[in-house]
Design a protein around this ligand. Structure first.
Ligand code: AMP
Length: 207
């Protein structure tokens, strides 16, 4: 199974990808995570990537495509989260591998902003939580690894608005691209995590 999960910030993408990868035994591939890891390790690649990420823009396609291609080639079953983000990336991907389905989570900007304000992420393993919807067992502490929970810098409302705008601009083209290939499955992501996940499971299992 080779899946792509698309959705704006606040659509529940992190939570849904965690459940999907566990239940369907998929390798989670996320450029954002790979990039943050490279920056933390202070590699040469990390140095180069940092300037794009800090400016709030995207890392250039050629660099991103190459990194993701290396990851994909190692895996038989995976979930791509945060890739492709541009048409150039979608085209490059289609030359490397045959994708089974593209799950698109749809949610309004208002709902997304409400959700994001309560979002927390583990500073060590990146497991997502939400102070209201998915609270950790112990306040401020990750259930999985005991790491400290934090709020991402780009989860501030102004930053979220900008990310939403960029996402809307890009997703238009991706939607068309994958719809033409009959791979797109649209999911209403405004209900509870349980309901949304149920719909995703149905979409993944349907042929
Ligand atoms: P994310 O963790 O998905 O929110 O990504 C964090 C940052 O990593 C983005 O703001 C971009 O700078 C970079 N990034 C993540 N995915 C991609 C991608 N597919 N193409 C280019 N840059 C990306």
């Amino acid at each position: 199974m080779k899946l792509i999960l698309l959705g704006p910030p606040g659509s529940g993408k992190g939570t849904m990808s965690e459940r999907l990868t566990k239940d369907f035994k998929l390798k989670h591939i996320s450029p954002g995570e790979i990039f943050r890891d490279e920056i933390e390790k202070k590699t040469q690649l990390g140095q180069e990537i940092r300037k794009y990420m800090e400016g709030g823009g995207l890392v250039p396609d050629n660099l991103t495509n190459e990194i993701i291609k290396l990851e994909i080639e190692k895996q038989k079953k995976f979930l791509l989260d945060g890739y492709p983000r541009t048409i150039g990336q979608a085209q490059a991907l289609s030359k490397v591998v045959k994708i089974d389905k593209v799950i698109l989570l749809e949610v309004s900007e208002k709902t997304a902003i409400e959700r994001i304000s309560g979002r927390r992420i583990c500073s060590q393993c990146e497991t997502p939580f939400h102070i209201k919807f998915i609270p950790p067992k112990k306040t401020g502490i990750c259930n999985k690894c005991g790491g400290k929970l934090m709020q991402r810098k780009d989860d501030a409302p102004a930053s979220v608005k900008k990310r939403f705008q960029i996402y809307n601009e890009q997703v238009k083209h991706l939607k068309e691209f994958f719809q033409r290939k009959k791979l797109l499955r649209r999911i209403d992501a405004s209900s509870t995590p349980k309901e949304v996940y149920h719909e995703i499971q149905k979409a993944v299992k349907d042929s």
